[in-house]
Design a protein around this ligand. Sequence first.
Ligand SMILES: NC(=O)C1=CN([C@@H]2O[C@H](COP(=O)(O)OP(=O)(O)OC[C@H]3O[C@@H](n4cnc5c(N)ncnc54)[C@H](O)[C@@H]3O)[C@@H](O)[C@H]2O)C=CC1
Ligand SMILES: O=C(O)[C@@H]1CCC=N1
Length: 273
Amino acid sequence: MQHKKLAFIGAGNMTRSIISGLIHSGYPADHILASNPSMPKLEKLEHDFGIKITQSNDDACQFADAIVLAVKPQIMGDMCAALQQNNNLEGKLFLSIAAGLTVARLQEMLGGAHPVVRIMPNTPSLLGKGMSGMFADSNVSEADRHYVDDVMGSVGETIWVDNEEEINGVIAAAGSSPAYFFLFLQAMQEEAMQLGFDKDDARLMVQQAMLGAAEMVCQNPELELSELRAQVTSKGGTTAAAVNTLIDQGLEKIVSKAMQAAVARADEMAKQL
Ligand SMILES: NC(=O)C1=CN([C@@H]2O[C@H](COP(=O)(O)OP(=O)(O)OC[C@H]3O[C@@H](n4cnc5c(N)ncnc54)[C@H](O)[C@@H]3O)[C@@H](O)[C@H]2O)C=CC1
Ligand SMILES: O=C(O)[C@@H]1CCC=N1
Protein backbone atom coordinates (compact mmCIF):
# COMPACT_ATOMS: atom_id res chain seq x y z
CA MET A 1 0.00 0.00 0.00
CA GLN A 2 1.14 3.53 -0.77
CA HIS A 3 1.86 5.45 2.47
CA LYS A 4 0.67 9.01 2.00
CA LYS A 5 0.69 11.35 4.96
CA LEU A 6 -2.89 10.90 6.12
CA ALA A 7 -4.77 13.22 8.48
CA PHE A 8 -8.13 12.55 10.09
CA ILE A 9 -10.16 15.61 11.02
CA GLY A 10 -12.50 14.48 13.81
CA ALA A 11 -11.28 11.72 16.13
CA GLY A 12 -14.54 9.86 16.81
CA ASN A 13 -15.68 6.26 16.44
CA MET A 14 -15.12 5.88 12.72
CA THR A 15 -11.69 7.52 12.79
CA ARG A 16 -10.59 5.18 15.56
CA SER A 17 -11.86 2.17 13.58
CA ILE A 18 -10.00 3.10 10.42
CA ILE A 19 -6.76 4.03 12.20
CA SER A 20 -6.85 0.73 14.07
CA GLY A 21 -7.13 -1.16 10.76
CA LEU A 22 -4.36 0.86 9.13
CA ILE A 23 -1.91 0.34 11.99
CA HIS A 24 -2.63 -3.39 12.09
CA SER A 25 -1.98 -3.62 8.37
CA GLY A 26 1.43 -1.97 8.78
CA TYR A 27 0.75 1.67 7.84
CA PRO A 28 3.52 3.72 9.48
CA ALA A 29 2.16 5.47 12.60
CA ASP A 30 4.23 8.59 11.94
CA HIS A 31 2.34 9.03 8.63
CA ILE A 32 -1.02 9.25 10.43
CA LEU A 33 -2.28 12.28 12.33
CA ALA A 34 -5.65 12.92 13.96
CA SER A 35 -7.11 16.24 14.97
CA ASN A 36 -9.95 16.96 17.38
CA PRO A 37 -10.98 19.95 19.49
CA SER A 38 -10.68 18.04 22.79
CA MET A 39 -7.77 15.90 23.98
CA PRO A 40 -9.09 12.66 25.58
CA LYS A 41 -9.85 10.75 22.34
CA LEU A 42 -6.62 12.03 20.79
CA GLU A 43 -4.55 10.90 23.76
CA LYS A 44 -6.11 7.45 23.57
CA LEU A 45 -5.29 7.22 19.85
CA GLU A 46 -1.72 8.32 20.54
CA HIS A 47 -1.39 5.82 23.38
CA ASP A 48 -2.96 2.88 21.55
CA PHE A 49 -1.52 3.36 18.08
CA GLY A 50 1.45 5.76 18.41
CA ILE A 51 0.03 8.16 15.81
CA LYS A 52 0.55 11.93 15.78
CA ILE A 53 -2.17 14.13 17.29
CA THR A 54 -3.14 17.79 17.25
CA GLN A 55 -5.96 20.06 18.33
CA SER A 56 -5.40 22.20 15.24
CA ASN A 57 -7.14 21.27 11.98
CA ASP A 58 -4.75 23.62 10.21
CA ASP A 59 -1.74 21.68 11.48
CA ALA A 60 -3.46 18.50 10.32
CA CYS A 61 -4.03 20.01 6.90
CA GLN A 62 -0.44 21.18 6.55
CA PHE A 63 0.87 17.73 7.55
CA ALA A 64 -1.25 15.75 5.11
CA ASP A 65 -1.27 14.61 1.48
CA ALA A 66 -4.70 13.06 2.06
CA ILE A 67 -7.34 14.28 4.52
CA VAL A 68 -10.20 12.23 5.93
CA LEU A 69 -13.17 14.48 6.73
CA ALA A 70 -14.61 12.60 9.71
CA VAL A 71 -16.78 15.08 11.57
CA LYS A 72 -20.57 14.97 11.80
CA PRO A 73 -22.26 16.19 8.60
CA GLN A 74 -23.87 19.12 10.43
CA ILE A 75 -20.54 20.70 11.33
CA MET A 76 -18.72 19.95 8.06
CA GLY A 77 -19.57 23.36 6.53
CA ASP A 78 -18.00 25.47 9.28
CA MET A 79 -15.03 23.14 9.60
CA CYS A 80 -14.25 23.22 5.85
CA ALA A 81 -14.75 26.99 5.65
CA ALA A 82 -12.03 27.48 8.27
CA LEU A 83 -9.80 24.93 6.56
CA GLN A 84 -9.90 26.62 3.16
CA GLN A 85 -9.49 30.07 4.69
CA ASN A 86 -6.28 29.17 6.57
CA ASN A 87 -4.62 26.68 4.21
CA ASN A 88 -3.59 25.99 0.65
CA LEU A 89 -5.63 22.91 -0.27
CA GLU A 90 -4.15 22.48 -3.76
CA GLY A 91 -2.87 18.97 -4.44
CA LYS A 92 -4.60 17.40 -1.45
CA LEU A 93 -6.86 14.38 -1.73
CA PHE A 94 -10.04 14.43 0.37
CA LEU A 95 -11.84 11.39 1.74
CA SER A 96 -15.26 12.11 3.23
CA ILE A 97 -17.10 9.60 5.39
CA ALA A 98 -20.01 11.95 6.14
CA ALA A 99 -23.49 10.65 5.38
CA GLY A 100 -25.62 12.77 3.05
CA LEU A 101 -22.96 15.21 1.80
CA THR A 102 -22.43 15.10 -1.96
CA VAL A 103 -19.09 15.59 -3.68
CA ALA A 104 -20.40 18.84 -5.21
CA ARG A 105 -21.44 20.13 -1.79
CA LEU A 106 -18.12 19.12 -0.25
CA GLN A 107 -16.21 20.87 -3.04
CA GLU A 108 -18.33 23.96 -2.45
CA MET A 109 -17.48 23.78 1.25
CA LEU A 110 -13.78 23.33 0.41
CA GLY A 111 -13.87 26.19 -2.08
CA GLY A 112 -12.63 24.35 -5.17
CA ALA A 113 -12.84 21.27 -7.38
CA HIS A 114 -10.48 19.27 -5.19
CA PRO A 115 -10.37 15.50 -5.69
CA VAL A 116 -12.91 13.94 -3.31
CA VAL A 117 -13.73 10.31 -2.59
CA ARG A 118 -16.98 9.73 -0.73
CA ILE A 119 -16.84 6.72 1.53
CA MET A 120 -19.66 5.06 3.43
CA PRO A 121 -18.11 2.74 6.02
CA ASN A 122 -19.73 1.03 9.01
CA THR A 123 -18.80 0.47 12.65
CA PRO A 124 -17.69 -3.20 12.35
CA SER A 125 -14.63 -1.63 10.70
CA LEU A 126 -13.40 -1.45 14.30
CA LEU A 127 -12.96 -5.24 14.20
CA GLY A 128 -11.64 -5.38 10.66
CA LYS A 129 -15.08 -6.65 9.55
CA GLY A 130 -16.25 -3.41 7.97
CA MET A 131 -18.05 -2.79 4.71
CA SER A 132 -17.34 0.39 2.77
CA GLY A 133 -19.00 1.64 -0.39
CA MET A 134 -17.08 4.34 -2.26
CA PHE A 135 -17.59 6.88 -5.02
CA ALA A 136 -14.75 8.80 -6.65
CA ASP A 137 -15.14 12.19 -8.23
CA SER A 138 -13.96 12.29 -11.88
CA ASN A 139 -10.77 14.19 -10.96
CA VAL A 140 -9.55 11.48 -8.57
CA SER A 141 -6.63 9.67 -10.23
CA GLU A 142 -6.55 5.90 -10.66
CA ALA A 143 -3.58 5.75 -8.25
CA ASP A 144 -5.57 7.65 -5.62
CA ARG A 145 -8.56 5.32 -6.08
CA HIS A 146 -6.24 2.41 -5.40
CA TYR A 147 -4.85 4.18 -2.37
CA VAL A 148 -8.32 4.77 -0.89
CA ASP A 149 -9.28 1.18 -1.67
CA ASP A 150 -6.21 0.02 0.27
CA VAL A 151 -7.01 2.33 3.21
CA MET A 152 -10.59 1.10 3.56
CA GLY A 153 -9.59 -2.46 2.62
CA SER A 154 -7.49 -2.48 5.80
CA VAL A 155 -10.73 -2.49 7.86
CA GLY A 156 -12.95 -4.75 5.75
CA GLU A 157 -14.50 -5.25 2.34
CA THR A 158 -14.92 -2.50 -0.27
CA ILE A 159 -17.10 -1.83 -3.28
CA TRP A 160 -17.13 1.14 -5.68
CA VAL A 161 -20.25 2.69 -7.13
CA ASP A 162 -20.31 4.51 -10.48
CA ASN A 163 -23.19 6.85 -9.66
CA GLU A 164 -23.02 8.99 -6.58
CA GLU A 165 -26.71 8.41 -5.71
CA GLU A 166 -25.87 4.76 -5.11
CA ILE A 167 -23.96 5.79 -1.97
CA ASN A 168 -27.33 6.28 -0.30
CA GLY A 169 -28.11 2.64 -1.10
CA VAL A 170 -24.81 1.69 0.54
CA ILE A 171 -25.92 3.60 3.65
CA ALA A 172 -29.18 1.61 3.74
CA ALA A 173 -27.56 -1.77 3.09
CA ALA A 174 -24.31 -1.47 5.04
CA GLY A 175 -23.68 1.86 6.82
CA SER A 176 -26.82 1.81 8.94
CA SER A 177 -27.59 -1.90 8.80
CA PRO A 178 -25.54 -3.10 11.80
CA ALA A 179 -28.20 -1.28 13.86
CA TYR A 180 -30.99 -3.34 12.22
CA PHE A 181 -29.27 -6.54 13.29
CA PHE A 182 -28.74 -5.20 16.81
CA LEU A 183 -32.45 -4.42 17.03
CA PHE A 184 -33.40 -7.90 15.81
CA LEU A 185 -31.06 -9.48 18.38
CA GLN A 186 -32.44 -7.22 21.11
CA ALA A 187 -35.99 -8.37 20.33
CA MET A 188 -34.84 -12.00 20.36
CA GLN A 189 -32.97 -11.55 23.63
CA GLU A 190 -36.06 -10.04 25.25
CA GLU A 191 -38.26 -12.88 24.07
CA ALA A 192 -35.72 -15.47 25.26
CA MET A 193 -35.91 -13.81 28.69
CA GLN A 194 -39.70 -14.08 28.56
CA LEU A 195 -39.14 -17.79 27.92
CA GLY A 196 -37.30 -17.98 31.25
CA PHE A 197 -33.61 -17.48 30.48
CA ASP A 198 -31.50 -14.97 32.34
CA LYS A 199 -30.14 -11.97 30.44
CA ASP A 200 -26.66 -13.40 29.89
CA ASP A 201 -27.82 -16.79 28.64
CA ALA A 202 -30.41 -15.11 26.43
CA ARG A 203 -27.73 -12.89 24.91
CA LEU A 204 -25.26 -15.75 24.49
CA MET A 205 -27.81 -17.84 22.60
CA VAL A 206 -28.89 -15.12 20.19
CA GLN A 207 -25.42 -13.73 19.53
CA GLN A 208 -23.90 -17.15 18.93
CA ALA A 209 -26.75 -18.10 16.59
CA MET A 210 -26.20 -14.90 14.62
CA LEU A 211 -22.42 -15.35 14.50
CA GLY A 212 -22.84 -18.93 13.28
CA ALA A 213 -25.42 -17.88 10.72
CA ALA A 214 -23.18 -15.06 9.46
CA GLU A 215 -20.22 -17.45 9.14
CA MET A 216 -22.37 -19.91 7.19
CA VAL A 217 -23.39 -17.14 4.81
CA CYS A 218 -19.79 -16.00 4.32
CA GLN A 219 -18.34 -19.48 3.90
CA ASN A 220 -20.93 -20.65 1.37
CA PRO A 221 -21.03 -17.93 -1.29
CA GLU A 222 -22.35 -20.43 -3.84
CA LEU A 223 -25.49 -21.08 -1.76
CA GLU A 224 -28.44 -18.70 -2.05
CA LEU A 225 -29.61 -17.28 1.27
CA SER A 226 -32.96 -18.99 0.70
CA GLU A 227 -31.13 -22.34 0.42
CA LEU A 228 -29.33 -21.81 3.73
CA ARG A 229 -32.71 -21.05 5.29
CA ALA A 230 -34.23 -24.17 3.73
CA GLN A 231 -31.47 -26.27 5.32
CA VAL A 232 -32.66 -25.25 8.81
CA THR A 233 -36.34 -25.54 8.02
CA SER A 234 -37.81 -29.03 8.49
CA LYS A 235 -41.15 -29.49 6.84
CA GLY A 236 -43.92 -28.91 9.37
CA GLY A 237 -41.32 -28.20 12.06
CA THR A 238 -40.52 -25.41 14.50
CA THR A 239 -38.46 -23.23 12.14
CA ALA A 240 -41.26 -23.27 9.57
CA ALA A 241 -43.67 -22.13 12.29
CA ALA A 242 -41.39 -19.23 13.26
CA VAL A 243 -40.36 -18.18 9.74
CA ASN A 244 -43.91 -18.32 8.41
CA THR A 245 -44.96 -16.05 11.26
CA LEU A 246 -42.24 -13.54 10.30
CA ILE A 247 -43.29 -13.66 6.65
CA ASP A 248 -47.03 -13.48 7.39
CA GLN A 249 -46.45 -10.50 9.69
CA GLY A 250 -44.69 -8.67 6.83
CA LEU A 251 -40.99 -8.86 7.75
CA GLU A 252 -39.83 -8.45 4.15
CA LYS A 253 -41.98 -5.39 3.62
CA ILE A 254 -40.82 -3.89 6.90
CA VAL A 255 -37.16 -4.38 5.92
CA SER A 256 -37.81 -2.82 2.54
CA LYS A 257 -39.55 0.19 4.11
CA ALA A 258 -36.77 0.63 6.66
CA MET A 259 -34.09 0.68 3.96
CA GLN A 260 -36.12 3.09 1.87
CA ALA A 261 -36.40 5.35 4.93
CA ALA A 262 -32.61 5.37 5.28
CA VAL A 263 -32.21 6.33 1.60
CA ALA A 264 -34.89 9.03 1.94
CA ARG A 265 -33.19 10.49 5.00
CA ALA A 266 -29.83 10.56 3.20
CA ASP A 267 -31.51 12.36 0.26
CA GLU A 268 -33.10 14.81 2.67
CA MET A 269 -29.76 15.46 4.44
CA ALA A 270 -28.13 16.10 1.05
CA LYS A 271 -30.69 18.87 0.43
CA GLN A 272 -30.44 20.40 3.91
CA LEU A 273 -26.67 20.41 4.48
N1 LIG B 1 -21.01 5.87 13.27
C1 LIG B 1 -21.32 5.25 12.14
O1 LIG B 1 -21.86 4.11 12.09
C2 LIG B 1 -20.98 5.88 10.83
C3 LIG B 1 -20.65 7.22 10.75
N2 LIG B 1 -20.38 7.79 9.54
C4 LIG B 1 -20.03 9.19 9.42
O2 LIG B 1 -18.78 9.38 10.08
C5 LIG B 1 -18.70 10.71 10.55
C6 LIG B 1 -18.19 10.70 11.97
O3 LIG B 1 -19.06 9.88 12.72
P1 LIG B 1 -18.62 9.27 14.12
O4 LIG B 1 -17.16 8.94 14.11
O5 LIG B 1 -19.61 8.23 14.45
O6 LIG B 1 -18.86 10.58 15.03
P2 LIG B 1 -18.25 10.99 16.44
O7 LIG B 1 -19.18 11.94 17.06
O8 LIG B 1 -17.82 9.78 17.20
O9 LIG B 1 -16.90 11.78 16.01
C7 LIG B 1 -16.85 13.08 15.50
C8 LIG B 1 -15.65 13.77 16.12
O10 LIG B 1 -15.48 15.04 15.52
C9 LIG B 1 -14.99 15.92 16.52
N3 LIG B 1 -15.20 17.29 16.10
C10 LIG B 1 -16.26 18.11 16.31
N4 LIG B 1 -16.04 19.31 15.75
C11 LIG B 1 -14.80 19.26 15.16
C12 LIG B 1 -14.02 20.17 14.42
N5 LIG B 1 -14.44 21.41 14.13
N6 LIG B 1 -12.79 19.77 13.98
C13 LIG B 1 -12.34 18.52 14.24
N7 LIG B 1 -13.06 17.61 14.93
C14 LIG B 1 -14.27 17.97 15.37
C15 LIG B 1 -15.79 15.52 17.75
O11 LIG B 1 -15.17 16.02 18.94
C16 LIG B 1 -15.78 14.00 17.64
O12 LIG B 1 -14.67 13.45 18.30
C17 LIG B 1 -20.08 11.33 10.40
O13 LIG B 1 -20.03 12.26 9.35
C18 LIG B 1 -20.99 10.16 10.06
O14 LIG B 1 -21.99 10.52 9.12
C19 LIG B 1 -20.36 7.05 8.39
C20 LIG B 1 -20.66 5.73 8.43
C21 LIG B 1 -21.00 5.03 9.64
O1 LIG C 1 -26.83 7.20 11.21
C1 LIG C 1 -26.08 7.84 10.46
O2 LIG C 1 -26.50 8.87 9.90
C2 LIG C 1 -24.67 7.35 10.21
C3 LIG C 1 -24.46 7.00 8.77
C4 LIG C 1 -24.51 5.51 8.69
C5 LIG C 1 -24.41 5.09 10.08
N1 LIG C 1 -24.44 6.10 10.89
